[in-house]
Write a protein that binds this ligand. Structure first.
Ligand SMILES: Nc1nc2c(ncn2[C@@H]2O[C@H](COP(=O)(O)OP(=O)(O)OP(=O)(O)O)[C@@H](O)[C@H]2O)c(=O)[nH]1
Length: 572
């Protein structure tokens, strides 16, 4: 079960109670595909879905035929797999679902081959325009163009760069990498924009390019954590948190799994927070070592330690005030009891938010997440990891590259999309981010994506112009989809210390933050920032980043975090 998001039952009408039923559904889907292909009317349902928009918006039309052909074949094949995935909430195990998905894809590819297009999927990318003019593929192209055109229908603001938006699937991204000069990512364009206008703008705005590798290292080969494996909940609610599992009347196997999950997560958290633990707990232990009683000197040393651990002056003074009162009230003498007070109070700060830490998806339409943060904090990486989590749990994900400010960011998002199997909508660098978002939402709604994640440019939070642009993006989202974004997630770099709190405040003022993702906890010797941000902002931490790999985004669990933070195993 998943503890990190709660999904309402918008797909329950498709419910199938057993794997057998699921297989039947899958077979039906395949059959429909076969019929549609044989009729030459490929994917009629989508066609008709978008017909009402047909006359509007030719904006996407400039995408090359080559790219569109790739979309036509590859998109649709996977679309059918997606349809199948929409029933996965009712599948008993992920394994069964994967098997079904593989079967579906296999069957569809066979159909394509029967129609005379015998190239394997990879070589479909290389079909040229002439090849596609024959047979059903040309029809598919038309249909796909309609879809793409419809998706770009109304553009809120004219694209300043006049660039054509391009919609990419994961497979297309792969194709782009093979053919860097395709319409999707033009290497020279990227280079020029990087060194030219965008660089100037960056300088003007006072933003320095972050010195990082953009997380483009090969994906982690780790198995997904047990808490990320989707298992059907008879009640339909998802919960991976150990506490929730204990409450459930589920069979003992699921309890075993929960226990294993807890152990793994806890161990990994400790491992990844090594530096934090070594620093904070190690020093804390040293402080208390040999102390026989609580005295003024101990409080003074504690104050210094807490402030240097990024707890911040305000939070530290508040904590020590509470501790002093408690020590006095309960007449405590044992230094270890003071340590427990500190630990409990840090947990209280972290749990200060009244909102639940889990994400709640809307009943209707895509779940829209707008991701913000200053440059280099790990926004794009977090988006990639988050998309992987959603995809693993059976949701379809669209990534919108609204960070048009930094050219490499678009490419970086595409690579993540490719890696995790999410589609990406993007335009050329320099395009108006608001219109990219508008188009992305249009496309995402038309294609019934479950989740749309919007990557925004790294904003220096003190830059008024850039914050204004962010506000505009938020307005555009709300206009296009009233009630959205359903989540505005601020990504904070744990290594930035106290600056994180001022970033959070300014972003909150501008766009209203609803959740936090704290990255690079593996790279800091201080963990206090979480307590400080939570106490100051009362916004829940949803995820923590504890590495650069795909599986290094963890659901945030306050108790687990504090346990790991205070876990002493080293001899002082
Ligand atoms: N160690 C570690 N590195 C991370 C983590 N999250 C992101 N990174 C790295 O941080 C660097 C910056 O990440 P990006 O995702 O490009 O950051 P961004 O906020 O999108 O940056 P801009 O696009 O410049 O705004 C990359 O090298 C990432 O691999 C994490 O949790 N731990």
């Amino acid at each position: 079960m998943l503890g990190w998001f709660k999904k309402k039952f918008r797909k329950q009408t498709d419910a199938a109670e057993t794997v057998e039923t699921e297989q039947q559904l899958s077979a039906d889907i395949d059959e429909q595909v076969v019929v549609a292909v044989e009729d030459g009317g490929v994917f009629e349902s989508e066609d008709s879905l978008l017909k009402s928009d047909e006359e509007e918006s030719p904006v996407f039309a400039a995408a090359t035929d080559e790219v569109v052909v790739e979309e036509a074949v590859v998109f649709d094949v996977h679309d059918e797999a997606d349809q199948e995935e929409t029933t996965t909430a009712e599948v008993q195990t992920v394994e069964a679902e994967q098997q079904l998905s593989a079967d579906t894809n296999e069957q569809i590819i066979v159909v394509v081959e029967d129609e005379g297009v015998s190239e394997p999927e990879d070589s479909l990318f290389e079909l040229d325009k002439e090849e596609t003019s024959a047979g059903f593929l040309s029809e598919t192209v038309d249909t796909e163009e309609d879809i793409v055109s419809a998706a770009s229908d109304v553009v809120a603001e004219p694209d300043s760069a006049g660039a054509d938006p391009v919609v990419m699937s994961a497979e297309q991204t792969a194709a782009v990498e093979l053919e860097p000069l395709s319409a999707v990512v033009d290497g020279s364009q990227l280079a020029t924009a990087e060194q030219g206008d965008t660089a100037d703008e960056l300088q003007e705005a006072g933003i320095k390019e972050a010195d990082h590798s953009y997380g483009l290292e090969p994906p982690g080969l780790e198995e997904p954590e047990a808490d990320e494996i989707s298992v059907v909940d008879p009640g339909g609610l998802e919960s991976a948190h150990p506490q929730a599992a204990e409450d459930s009347s589920d069979v003992s196997t699921s309890k075993t799994r929960q226990v294993q999950t807890r152990k793994t997560l806890f161990q990994r958290l400790q491992e990844r927070l090594g530096k934090t633990r070594d620093s904070f707990v190690y020093q804390l232990d040293r402080l208390f070592l040999g102390k026989k009683e609580i005295d003024q000197e101990l409080f003074e040393q504690l104050e210094e330690l807490l402030i240097t651990s990024d707890l911040g002056v305000g939070t530290t003074l508040d904590l020590l005030d509470i501790a002093r009162k408690k020590v006095k009230r309960e007449q405590l003498r044992d230094p270890q009891s003071l340590k427990s007070i500190i630990r409990d109070q840090i947990l209280t700060y972290i749990e200060a938010s009244e909102q639940p830490a889990e994400l709640v998806m809307p009943e209707e339409g895509p779940f829209v997440i707008m991701v913000v943060g200053v440059n280099g904090v790990g926004k794009t990486t977090t988006i990639g990891k988050l998309a992987a989590k959603f995809i693993r749990s059976g949701q379809s994900v669209l990534l919108v590259a609204a960070d048009t400010f930094r050219a490499a960011a678009i490419n970086q998002l595409k690579i993540w999309g490719d890696r995790v199997g999410a589609e990406v909508t993007a335009r050329s660098p320099g395009a108006d981010p608001s219109s990219v978002v508008f188009d992305g939402l249009e496309y995402g709604v038309a294609r019934a994506f479950d989740v749309i994640i919007i990557d925004t440019a790294g904003r220096l939070h003190t830059s008024v112009n850039l914050m204004a642009e962010l506000k505009k993006i938020r307005r555009v989202i709300d206009k296009k989809m009233p009630g959205a974004p359903h989540e505005v997630m601020l990504v904070l770099d744990a290594t930035t210390g106290q600056n994180g709190v001022s970033q959070a405040k300014l972003f909150h003022e501008a766009v209203g933050i609803s959740g936090l993702a704290l990255t690079k906890l593996d790279g800091t010797a201080k963990g206090g920032i979480i307590a400080n941000v939570c106490r100051e902002m009362k916004i829940p931490v949803r995820f923590i980043g504890i590495g650069e790999q795909m599986n290094d985004l963890r659901d945030f669990n306050a108790r687990e975090f504090v346990d790991a933070l205070f876990f002493s195993q080293d001899k002082v």
